[in-house]
Write a protein that binds this ligand. Structure first.
Ligand SMILES: Cc1ncc(COP(=O)(O)O)c(C=O)c1O
Length: 361
């Protein structure tokens, strides 16, 4: 019998979420971020739907992801957000028409040495305060001057990235945006600053291009709440079925470490989904799980291949009952909070073991 743990990807929800991005930022072009295998949803499938739904561009993390999209026949503008280290990366970008984000002077010189006659439209990344990657504001005028006359540059564009846009009370975003506007104001170049949190909470940052990632997948980027309050729909649902149901008495322990004991006589359900599927081992007892649409709690430690849930003494759930670990009816954000992480990580780190099914393709 096939293992009943599966991932369903609802492509209609993806289209809906792209419309939500358009509603939040109606005057901006949309660069849909599909890095990390489209946040675990499947790079080619997700990019194809976004392309057919008129996204204006795509963003990936690596040259390899960009090449995979081109090999699959995608024609949209593709930006490579990072991972440009050596000459072969530059050659691949030029061959496959992938626009780089330039973070440092070494990358500028890599391109300067290139003899290829093709042109690209790079983004120059300005470090406005995140202090991770990017060129310092005082070096931007000279970088712009040299790129403006470089033979490989078709159109130069300017980008920054926010450190704290998910926190609406944090003034750092206002400071970063102020710096970006100041540095770019006399350039007349196209600009991009907004990730999902800024699309939702910082409209002044929308500018010519927005770069949403997580909200396309239906997950809230904000510190609190979940995608539902933002009108988003979960694209991924991780589901399984109960493969056993046992009655246990008050005080009996369940699972490794005997870390959880039945608070009363109760019924325990076994779910064939564990950390080898990508369910977080750090999820605490009580983490919500839906069984036949009813909320129950995780009981004891998550194992490699299975986990247990406390169904309650009067439960009518049986072998074969549907289990939702996250997705429709149970926001991944809730599971993330109970596991000490963020929805992004849970979506990205599912393994290849659960089967995948695409709906509404
Ligand atoms: C440069 C850049 N822009 C946009 C995004 C999309 O961010 P989010 O998924 O929070 O919308 C990312 C993701 O990390 C990024 O690195």
């Amino acid at each position: 019998m096939a293992r009943p743990t599966e991932i369903t990807i609802d492509l209609q929800a993806l289209r809906h979420n792209l419309q939500r991005v358009r509603a939040y930022s109606p005057h901006s072009l949309v660069m849909a971020v599909v890095k990390a295998n489209a946040y675990g949803h499947g790079l080619i499938q997700i990019a194809s739907v976004l392309s057919a739904s008129a996204a204006d561009g795509l963003a990936v993390a690596s040259v390899e992801e960009g090449v995979a999209l081109r090999e699959a026949g995608l024609q949209l503008p593709i930006t490579v957000l990072s991972s440009i280290w050596e000459r072969s990366d530059v050659e691949a970008l030029l061959t496959w028409n992938l626009d780089p984000v330039l973070h440092n002077p070494q990358q500028l010189s890599l391109f300067a040495k290139c003899t290829n006659s093709r042109q690209l439209s790079p983004w120059l990344k300005i470090d406005t305060g995140m202090h991770r990657v990017g060129i310092a504001p005082d070096q931007i005028p000279s970088s712009i001057a040299s790129l403006s006359v470089a033979s490989w540059v078709k159109e130069l564009r300017l980008m920054t990235h926010f450190a704290c846009a998910d926190d609406i009370d944090n003034r750092a975003t206002t400071r970063q945006l102020g710096c970006f506007m100041q540095v770019t104001k006399n350039t007349k170049l196209v600009r991009s600053a907004a990730n999902s949190a800024a699309v939702i909470a910082w409209p002044a940052s929308h500018l010519e291009w927005v770069r949403p990632g997580i909200m396309l997948y239906g997950c809230s980027p904000m510190l609190e709440g979940d995608g539902r309050v933002l009108g988003l729909q979960p694209v991924m649902t991780l589901r399984s079925r109960l493969t056993a149901v046992f009655d246990h008495q008050q005080g009996e322990s369940i699972g490794y470490g005997a870390s959880w004991r039945c608070p009363q006589d109760t019924r325990i359900g076994l779910v064939p989904c564990g950390y080898a599927d990508g369910y977080p081992r750090h999820a605490v007892s009580g983490t919500p799980v839906l069984v036949d649409g009813q909320r129950v709690g995780l009981a004891g430690r998550v194992s490699m291949d299975m986990l247990c849930v406390d169904l309650g003494s009067g439960s009518t759930a049986r072998v074969g009952s549907e289990v939702v670990l996250w997705g429709t009816g149970l926001p991944v954000e809730e599971v993330a909070v109970a596991s000490g992480t963020i929805g992004y990580e849970l979506l990205c780190r599912l393994t290849h073991r659960p089967s995948r099914h695409y709906l509404h393709g």
